[in-house]
Design a protein around this ligand. Structure first.
Ligand code: BDR
Ligand code: CA
Length: 323
């Protein structure tokens, strides 16, 4: 029989949130992921680090601070990271506009400041201070994580899992580009991560292009009659422009899906494979190539998300915005 003390222990474990470190380049979809991380009782946001990607590093850092303060998470430490990829010139995204967070009229400038430590050293310190290995979520180019592994190799056993939004594998649809932006921006960093032995879950375009915000989703978002709900709709209306104009579909919630997997891992099905990244290709530069049939003879270095329950994902997102 279970004693009262054991029962209490089990109950605390059941409700204990997953402590995470979140590396991002906000970015509208990174912004929504930040909102989810803060609002979910299943997640404890231990720290946020920023990288260049959707915009220059100063802008992604400022956006992270603005978002956190706006949602009441101003106590979460933010550390600024790499200002350019490890071995390539800076490439900026275009979907989020020049500031990286256009369409945010209600979002004031932040009064909080980043910590006085580079993201890579901040991540190492947080990981090493934690008694148990921690989950790291990354939704931008992997420059910070690659550099973390190069500089602080001893943190590797302290990473329980790295959930990364990036890559593309199946390309079964014409709305999926051959190369994914985060992989393309810093493929050398990705290569370092792939070779490091870290437990990696890749959440690529194959699944994130299945979580599209179309009319039924807008209708649900619009029912959330709060200041935050309105800001999210504003973000989505700006963010979808690129997709809508080029592919005729709504905005894909890439980064929120990666974050959602901390809360509800069975949202996706996964498959293990050895992943290579193309560092030299002309048309497929930065492409991620999965060796599902083990033709390269290498053991798997990642789990790849292959299928997603989109309705369940959206229900989770609405509930986090509503409550
Ligand atoms: C990824 O690229 C960025 O534009 C998004 O924030 C997301 O992380 C999708 O390819
Ligand atoms: Ca991103």
């Amino acid at each position: 029989p279970v004693t009262n003390a054991q029962r209490e222990d089990l109950m605390t474990q059941a409700v204990r949130p997953t402590r995470i470190l979140y590396d991002c380049d906000p970015g509208h979809d990174d912004a929504i992921a930040l909102v989810m991380a803060h609002r979910s009782p299943a997640v404890e946001l231990v720290g946020v680090t920023t990288t260049c990607g959707n915009a220059e590093i100063e802008k992604t850092t400022s956006n992270a601070l603005r978002i956190l303060e706006f949602i009441g998470a101003g106590n979460v430490p933010v550390a600024q990271g790499c200002y350019r990829p490890l071995a390539r010139p800076l490439r900026l995204g275009t979907a989020d506009g020049p500031s990286g967070l256009e369409g945010s009229p209600y979002l004031p400038q932040a009064t909080i400041r980043p910590v006085d430590q580079h993201a890579v050293d901040f991540l190492a310190a947080k990981l090493l201070a934690e008694p148990e290995p921690m989950t790291v979520v990354a939704t931008g180019p992997l420059s910070n994580i690659g550099l973390l592994i190069l500089k602080h190799r001893n943190v590797l056993p302290k990473i329980r899992q790295l959930i990364w939004m990036g890559g593309v594998f199946y390309r079964k649809s014409e709305i999926i580009t051959p190369t994914e932006f985060n992989a393309f921006c810093d493929p050398e960093a990705l290569r370092i991560v792939l070779d490091s032995g870290v437990k990696l879950l890749m959440v690529g375009l194959d699944v994130t292009m299945q979580v599209l915000v179309e009319e039924p989703q807008y209708a649900e978002f619009r029912k959330i009659d709060t200041e935050l709900g309105k800001v999210v709709v504003d973000w989505l209306l700006f963010y979808e422009k690129l997709h809508r104009n080029s592919m005729g579909v709504g905005g894909a919630l890439h980064d929120p899906l990666a974050l959602a997997l901390v809360i509800d891992p069975p949202l996706v099905r996964t498959r293990p494979a050895h992943i290579g990244v193309d560092l030299t290709g002309t048309f497929a530069f930065g492409a991620t190539v999965a060796d599902f049939w083990n033709e390269r003879g290498e053991p798997p270095n990642a789990e790849i998300a292959t299928e997603v329950d989109a309705d369940r994902f959206f229900e989770l997102l609405y509930s986090l915005l509503r409550d």
